[in-house]
Design a protein around this ligand. Sequence first.
Ligand SMILES: *[C@@H]1O[C@H](CO)[C@@H](O)[C@H](O)[C@H]1NC(C)=O
Ligand SMILES: *[C@@H]1O[C@H](CO)[C@@H](O)[C@H](O)[C@H]1NC(C)=O
Ligand SMILES: *[C@@H]1O[C@H](CO)[C@@H](O)[C@H](O)[C@H]1NC(C)=O
Ligand SMILES: *[C@@H]1O[C@H](CO)[C@@H](O)[C@H](O)[C@H]1NC(C)=O
Length: 501
Amino acid sequence: MDFAMLEILLPCFLLFCSWRLLKARSLSTRDEGFPTVVSVIPWVGAALGLAQDSFNFMHKCWGKYGGGYKIPIQSGNIAIFCSEEGMKDVFRDKTRSFNAGAGHRIGIRLIGGVDMDLQGVHLYDKDLGPVISRAFLTTNGLDLIVPTYGMKLFEFLSNLSNDLGDSNRMFNLTTLMGQSLYKNASVAVFGDHFPDNTFDDFMHLDENFSRLMIPIPFYSRSALQARNRLLQSIQSYVRSVWTGSQVEGAPRFASELITALKGTDLSDKDQAGLLLAFMWGMHANTIRVAGFLFIHLLSDHQAFTKVREEIDSILKSSYADDVKTFLETPYSSVPRDEFPLLDSAVKETLRLSVLLSNLREAQREVEVDYGTGKRARVRKGDLVLLNMGSYFRDEAVCSDADNFRFDRFVSGENTPALSAFGGGAHMCKGRLVAVHEIKVLFILFTRFFEMSLVDEKGAPLREKLPPPETRSTAVSRPSDKIHIRLRRKPSKSTRSIVQGP
Ligand SMILES: *[C@@H]1O[C@H](CO)[C@@H](O)[C@H](O)[C@H]1NC(C)=O
Ligand SMILES: *[C@@H]1O[C@H](CO)[C@@H](O)[C@H](O)[C@H]1NC(C)=O
Ligand SMILES: *[C@@H]1O[C@H](CO)[C@@H](O)[C@H](O)[C@H]1NC(C)=O
Ligand SMILES: *[C@@H]1O[C@H](CO)[C@@H](O)[C@H](O)[C@H]1NC(C)=O
């Protein structure tokens, strides 16, 4: 199974490495012109700073060393690349030298609680990977999942908008995005028996999994308990749908996935652990990126107006102004670039949210070209990590790089050549469904509600938005202080009672 998304677990790993680095101090000198980070201390002031904020540490290293450098760790080096050439070379992996299992393994252990060696990771990648690709990368698979998700969400928002009447209500943005995606997409994928009351534990685990790295009982206890409850719920879900030879009441994908898991010799608990790791890969980053899309667009009135006008005009011209018709249309019949501005806004949001990705282990000595005349020798056993966040913030890659420009990808200017989803054989398998889920979510909310960003007390958030959280994760997380106020759209108020917008 390709847990490309799981690699956001990296920071935990880096935390671990940075402690070792500080302890070992066995810092090597420069070799072959591939720069070595010689001291950590001046950059961050304190070890804790690096541990908690690996992205900002690496972003500073990018400023000093450029597109490639290495950080010595006790057992070897981590080679970091952030130039386009270097990242492309790693994605392409012409000599098949990089093992992606290293990152997956950490994810499976921390999120799923399953201890596996690289061989085990590889084996079940082989068993489950094709099932996941068929579901999420083929139009046949997506046609089954996508409309169900849209219709579930429609029904919920339609009820909510009726409940609101003429009043308004405030929601924690992350929780609202989380519930909408986690619950509705899980039901679409795993069927109506899916235990969606697992949401709180899921968020708890997502927010707190880094605690599982640290073996202090009181510190990790609540995350462990959340994980155990999740594993139990998933096991009883599997028991309730698995007939011994197939899965009942769930779409084909769930059936194939669980059948493949049952074919392994893993215990029931470990099978649940893999499913949990899969679910985490499917939802955790999607929830964050969806939150950022709302934050960026709701804090830029002009951008929001343009995107909303595009949505309204396309729904009108292609779907008789009926959002339900749009939702019911199979994925395969919807043109990929149907909402160009919204699509650009999602890409721009991804550009500004991704930080670190693609932890690999070199299986043999390999050379990486990371720029003209720049060649790094990566030794067997060394780790490789891509700092996409610095690449995406490079003025040479796109101008005005620190700012959100919703139409960047349709305005004909320079845009990054690489995708936030990575590249090569291990490109994120969930990329199509994630982008579609987020677009559907945004379309539905703009059709049903007038929205504004507010703080915990309900005061409008205008210029000064709380900054994103870039610590301890490879995809940044919206500040949990941000809330969203929903009000039913007045122009649709009479119609929506009967049929929704
Ligand atoms: C929406 O409301 C209808 C009618 O009250 C109800 O049957 C349905 O379960 C509700 N759906 C959701 C998702 O809340
Ligand atoms: C859909 O999402 C909402 C939150 O936005 C949630 O309350 C609801 O239960 C979800 N519906 C299903 C069927 O999971
Ligand atoms: C993370 O853990 C802390 C401490 O147990 C808890 O207060 C917090 O609510 C947790 N986060 C989430 C999202 O549950
Ligand atoms: C918002 O929700 C997130 C995730 O559920 C949670 O961690 C956070 O504490 C909440 N924020 C507030 C201010 O309640």
